[in-house]
Ligand binder design. Structure first.
Ligand SMILES: O=C(O)[C@H](CS(=O)(=O)O)OP(=O)(O)O
Ligand SMILES: [Mg+2]
Length: 242
């Protein structure tokens, strides 16, 4: 079995893909499902999300997303996992669009057989789920920020790689070696996230609580899992709790 880490989304994925966007999309996605959302719809653009909930019509959809870290006008929520963790989403489907994470999921879904979302908060469960589904390769894909490598995502990829290496035999690529090195030299999760450019950007925006929340290691067993069914709207990906 191959284990590879892409420091940014690219290339084809022949088997299992795990998308990581620790700050904050995949951490927030886990929080929504942890708080009983029925499903997540990750859209290609904010416009697709807004079109899913026509003005003045009541729908089971809530919209969550950001640009520049701040809520998109017309959306119900921004992209805060700490905020999501304080709500009850029973009976609701949350439609998400963010700067980096939702786009990475769309890239992966173009070829991946099995697509999962991972954060530090569900890292061990995500590793277990990926290991159970994989037959030839597990690709861990770091979303990064605006097409630049993000320390926080590489660190989390190293955490998942460590869990996977403890679960079985893998041949690893240099991306995985880099992620393992970052994990082993990056300190504890909060130190690693706090030292990242993105973590510092969020703290400057007054969103430091999200950084602390995202550093919670394996606090959830929920793994957002891509499901392909006929009633999924165009330009959206449907994830359910796996
Ligand atoms: O919401 C976020 O934290 C980021 C955007 S920014 O880097 O804060 O501007 O989006 P994500 O897609 O979660 O990386
Ligand atoms: Mg991010």
């Amino acid at each position: 079995m191959r284990l590879r880490v892409d420091l940014l989304p690219h290339g084809n994925y022949p088997d299992v893909v795990i998308i990581i966007d620790v700050l904050r999309a995949t951490t927030t996605a886990v929080a929504y499902l942890e708080r009983s959302a029925e499903a997540l719809l990750l859209t290609a653009t904010p416009e697709v999300a807004l079109a899913l909930r026509p003005e003045g019509e009541s729908t089971p959809y809530l919209l969550g997303g950001e640009r520049g870290g701040l809520p998109i006008p017309g959306f119900d929520f921004g992209n805060s996992p700490a905020e999501a963790a304080g709500q009850n989403f029973t009976g609701k489907t949350v439609v998400m669009n963010t700067t980096n994470g939702t786009g990475a999921a769309h890239t992966a879904a173009q070829s991946g057989k099995h697509v999962f979302l991972a954060s530090l908060t569900n890292a061990h469960a995500a590793a277990r789920r990926a290991r159970a589904a994989a037959t030839e390769e597990i690709a861990i894909v770091c979303a990064g920020t605006d097409n630049h490598v993000g320390l926080e995502d590489v660190y989390a990829a190293g955490v998942l790689a460590e869990y996977l290496l403890a679960m079985g035999e893998f041949s690893i690529d240099d991306g995985a070696r880099i992620a393992l090195t970052v994990r082993r030299n990056g300190g504890n999760p909060l130190e690693a996230l706090g030292s990242s450019g993105h973590g510092q950007h969020l703290s400057r925006l007054g969103l430091g609580e999200d950084v602390r929340y995202a550093a919670g290691l394996s606090t959830s067993t929920i793994v957002p899992t891509l499901t392909r069914d006929d009633d999924t709207p165009e330009q959206t990906l449907k994830f359910i709790a796996g």
